[in-house]
Write a protein that binds this ligand. Structure first.
Ligand code: NDP
Length: 314
C-alpha cells in the first residue's frame, strides 16, 4: 500500500504529478470544509507535503494529523513549521536547503542593482515616452566597489558575499555568532554594520527570534545614503518603520522580495520610485524550483524506504 500523504497549499504541478504517482496523495485544498475533513480523516495520513513560503505546517494542522510521521517542505524557511510540536511527537521534518542558494543570491543582486541604478524606474520612464519627449533621467548610485553589509551569513548569505567579490565590494556581516573560516569581517553590532554599509542585505532566518530585527534605529543608522535589500522574510523588518523611513527619505531606497502580510504590499510603497517590489520570487527559476521539487521527492522516498531524510531540518 502506498503511504497516504496530505498536501497543504499549492505546489508545482510537475511535483504534484510525481507525488500523485508515487503516493496516495490528497489535496486539502480540494475540500470545501478542510476542518471537517481533517476531523474525520486526519488519522489516515502519515505524510504531509507543504511549502515554506505557502501553507507551512502550523500547530493546528500537525495536531489534526495524529499518525503523522514526516513533513516534507518545499523551501528552506522553517518559520511556518511548528518544529517544537514536530520534535515532541518525533515527526521528521525535511526541507530543501542549498539547491536554492544561487538563485536567491542572484535575486538579492538583481534587487540591489535595480534599486541603485534605478533600472525599473528607468524602464517606466522610457515606456511612458518621457525619454522620447526629451526629458533627462536622473543619476543612480555606484554598486562596484561599494560597502555591502550582510545580515545573516548562512548558506545564502555566504553565496551573496561571494557574488559581491565580482563587484569588488567591501563585505562585512552580522550574525549572532561569527562564522569560522570565512574571509569577511564579523560585525557584532547590527547598528554599526548599518552605519558602515552603503547596501544592507537581509538574509537571516525568519520566525520570532528575528522579528523586527530591522527597526527604526537600524534604518536610521543606514541613513539617507543607504539602501536596504530584503530576501529573507517580511517579519525580519518592522514594515511600518520601513515605510516611514522611505516616505521621509531617511533611507535612500529598498529592494524587497518579501513582506509582512503577503501578498499585501503597503500602499505607500506602490507610489515610491526608489523602491523595487517583487512577489516573493527569489528562488523562482525553472532550474531551482525543479531541484527543490526533486529534493522533496528524495526526502519522502528516503524516509519511507529507510526512515531517514536527505535534508533534515534541525
Ligand atoms: P541558514 O540557516 O544557512 O542561515 C541563516 C543565518 O541567519 C545564519 O547566518 C544565522 O546566524 C542568521 N541568524 C539567525 N538568527 C539571527 C539573529 N537573531 N540575528 C542575526 N542573524 C541571525 O539559512 P539560509 O541561508 O539557507 O536561508 C536564510 C533564510 O532565507 C531562510 O530561513 C528563509 O527564510 C529565507 N529564504 C527566502 C527565500 C525567498 O524566496 N525570498 C528563499 C530561500 C530562503 P546565527 O545563528 O549565528 O545568528
Amino acid at each position: 500500500m502506498k503511504p497516504r500523504i496530505l498536501q497543504a497549499g499549492r505546489l508545482l504541478p510537475a511535483l504534484e504529478q510525481r507525488l500523485a504517482a508515487d503516493y496516495d496523495l490528497h489535496r486539502l485544498s480540494d475540500e470545501a470544509d478542510p476542518d471537517a475533513f481533517l476531523a474525520r480523516h486526519g488519522g489516515d495520513f502519515t505524510g504531509l507535503v507543504t511549502s515554506a513560503g505557502g501553507a507551512g505546517a502550523p500547530t493546528a494542522l500537525i495536531a489534526a494529523l495524529p499518525q503523522l510521521r514526516v513533513i516534507a517542505s518545499f523551501g528552506v524557511g522553517l518559520d511556518k513549521i511548528d518544529l517544537a510540536a514536530a520534535r515532541e511527537r518525533g515527526i521528521a521534518v525535511g526541507y530543501t536547503p542549498d539547491v536554492l542558494n544561487d538563485c536567491v543570491a542572484d535575486t538579492a543582486f538583481a534587487l540591489l542593482l535595480d534599486v541603485a541604478r534605478r533600472t525599473s524606474e528607468a524602464d517606466r520612464f522610457v515606456r511612458a515616452g518621457r525619454w522620447a519627449a526629451g526629458q533627462a533621467f536622473g543619476l543612480g548610485r555606484k554598486v562596484s566597489g561599494a560597502r555591502l553589509g550582510i545580515v545573516g551569513l548562512g548558506r545564502i548569505g555566504q553565496t551573496i558575499a561571494r557574488r559581491a567579490g565580482g563587484f569588488d565590494m567591501d563585505v562585512r556581516y552580522h550574525s549572532r555568532r561569527p562564522v569560522a573560516g570565512v574571509p569577511w569581517p564579523h560585525e557584532p553590532a547590527l547598528r554599526e554594520l548599518a552605519r558602515w554599509a552603503d547596501y544592507l542585505v537581509i538574509i537571516t532566518a525568519g520566525g520570532e527570534e528575528t522579528r523586527h530585527l530591522i527597526d527604526t534605529a537600524v534604518l536610521d543608522a543606514l541613513g539617507p545614503r543607504g539602501f536596504l535589500i530584503n530576501v529573507a522574510r517580511g517579519s525580519v523588518i518592522d514594515e511600518a518603520a520601513l515605510v516611514r523611513a522611505l516616505v521621509e527619505r531617511r533611507i535612500a531606497g529598498a529592494g524587497l522580495d518579501v513582506f509582512e502580510r503577503e501578498p499585501q504590499v503597503p500602499a505607500e510603497l506602490l507610489a515610491l520610485d526608489n523602491v523595487v517590489l517583487l512577489p516573493h520570487i527569489a528562488s523562482g527559476t525553472e532550474e531551482t524550483r525543479q531541484a527543490m521539487a526533486q529534493r522533496v521527492l528524495d526526502n519522502l522516498a528516503a524516509f519511507f524506504a529507510e526512515g531517514r531524510l536527505v535534508s533534515a531540518a534541525a
